[in-house]
Design a protein around this ligand. Structure first.
Ligand SMILES: [Zn+2]
Length: 465
């Protein structure tokens, strides 16, 4: 909406209309955003008119597969991303070296040997040490939380501890996966099994990282499916002695070289000011890393692709970053902060998509009230695809080091999370769980948010800093 043409009468009418509109709807979006209605519609159209993003993700997951830090697959994915960004015509496409930990799972198994024989659906936890070659065979003690673990401290020596805590939400239950091994090792336990962090029902073990506490002996740790945890629970309730044999070849090797992958659409007026869109390219070594987080990478790439396809070049630079090593180290995000420290102050916003690419709902934000209002204003352009919600969030693990250091506006793509934790860190994280239309809408949401933040008038951007 521009009020520059027309005679005095028309101008007066317009002014009256503007005043009326403002007084009637004090909460209606500011007028600057109206200039972006048409470009937003084009970006959404371009992103959603084909299955481009889904097909690109299928190419990644089918030809490369899962991509744990230090694996040859992650190296291949990095090379693939560089090629794809160049194919999209992005500028300044390059990799930035990051040293990452290399954990290798090796062969692994667990079985109940007493009172009857059952194989257990399990996955070693990322970072775990292995067992001796012959495995560890020991009676199981079940606890249902850390308080109970401490209360039974005297019974844990020489035992395998099963932490059997039903999944509620991720922050609440993932702490047993992260801290369980060291908590049990303090009292002489020889290994830990953790009920998988995810909803029950498909006998799927969910892997994920553990943290060994300093100064405590390291014992092997594995996730078991909820069904197998329940089986051991029932046997124990019958006062049967349960003995489990655990075998894990897991080991940590020396750090190896990896990289963040970067591409840009340089800004037409203020190229030194930057909006980052991102996802993490590494994954766990099971499934295909489609939802976590191949999809996030592809929709971040797609934001720039659709701008480029439409011949759009925003005022500021839009930079796509595909992070390495989110899952078991977070080294990619730290390396970016360190390498880009001098320009962090010129980052207008950083967006990370790491919640899956299911039906988009809107954006999570961590920033000032003014910033949140601006994001909500831009998100109003996403009403046609139902992605106008703005909630607290912006907590992407990879953007966090930069965001914290330079107080940058942080955004997360928020989506329908119904399926996310069912497949999270499992063999079931494959592309068939992702709907091409929903994914294309995620790409559209990323494109509009990134474009408008990168193109917004100086007064708007100044107000969110
Ligand atoms: Zn992730």
């Amino acid at each position: 909406m521009r009020l520059t043409r027309g005679g005095p009468v028309r101008t007066a009418l317009l002014v009256a209309w503007v005043l009326l509109a403002c007084s009637v709807r004090a909460d209606s979006p500011p007028f600057w955003v109206n200039d972006y209605q048409s470009v937003a519609a084009h970006l959404i159209d371009e992103a959603t008119r084909s299955q481009f993003a889904w097909n690109r993700l299928a190419a990644l997951t089918d030809t490369v597969g899962h991509r744990l830090s230090g694996s040859p697959q992650l190296d291949r994915a990095i090379a693939w991303a560089v090629t794809e960004m160049k194919r999209d015509g992005l500028e300044n496409v390059h990799t930035e070296k990051v040293m990452v930990p290399k954990w290798v799972r090796g062969a692994e198994s667990a079985e109940i040997v007493t009172p009857s024989h059952h194989s257990i659906a399990m996955l070693g936890l990322g970072g775990s040490v292995g067992t001796p070659k012959e495995g560890i065979e020991a009676p199981v003690v079940i606890v249902h939380g850390f308080e109970e673990l401490e209360a039974h401290a005297s019974e844990l020596n020489g035992r395998i501890v099963l932490l059997n805590v039903a999944f509620t939400n991720y922050p609440e239950t993932s702490r047993y996966r992260r801290a369980g091994a060291s908590r049990a090792a303090r009292h002489g336990a020889v290994a830990v099994l953790v009920r998988s962090i995810g909803p029950d029902g498909l006998r799927l073990p969910h892997t994920g990282a553990l943290d060994y506490a300093a100064g405590v002996g390291r014992i092997p740790a594995a996730a078991v499916s909820s069904e197998d945890a329940d089986l051991i629970e029932r046997m124990t309730a019958r006062r049967e002695k349960v003995v489990v044999r655990l075998k894990m070849d897991a080991r940590t090797e020396s750090d190896v070289e990896s990289a963040n992958v970067i591409g840009e659409l340089r800004g037409r007026e203020l190229p030194e000011e930057i909006v980052v869109v991102s996802g993490h390219l590494d994954s766990w070594d099971v499934g295909a890393g489609a939802t976590d987080d191949g999809g996030g990478c592809v929709v971040a790439m797609d934001a720039l692709r659709v701008m480029k396809t439409l011949g759009l070049r925003p005022r500021r630079t839009v930079r796509v970053v595909l992070w390495t090593n989110e899952e078991n180290g977070g080294r990619g995000g730290v390396a970016y902060r360190d390498l880009h420290r001098a320009e962090l102050g010129r980052h207008v916003a950083m967006i990370e998509s790491d919640n899956g690419v299911f039906r988009p709902l809107g954006f999570g934000v961590a920033g000032s009230d003014a910033a949140r209002r601006t994001v909500a204003t831009i998100a109003s352009l996403l009403a046609p695809i139902g992605a106008s919600e703005v909630v607290s969030g912006g907590d992407g693990a990879d953007i966090a080091p930069s965001v914290r250091e330079a107080h940058i506006l942080a955004l997360s793509l928020e989506v329908d999370g119904t399926k996310y934790f069912t497949i999270h860190h499992t063999e079931a994280d494959t592309i068939d769980k992702i709907d091409p239309v929903e994914m294309s809408k995620c790409a559209g949401a990323m494109a509009v948010m990134a474009y408008v933040l990168a193109d917004a008038p100086k007064t708007v951007v100044d107000a969110i800093r």
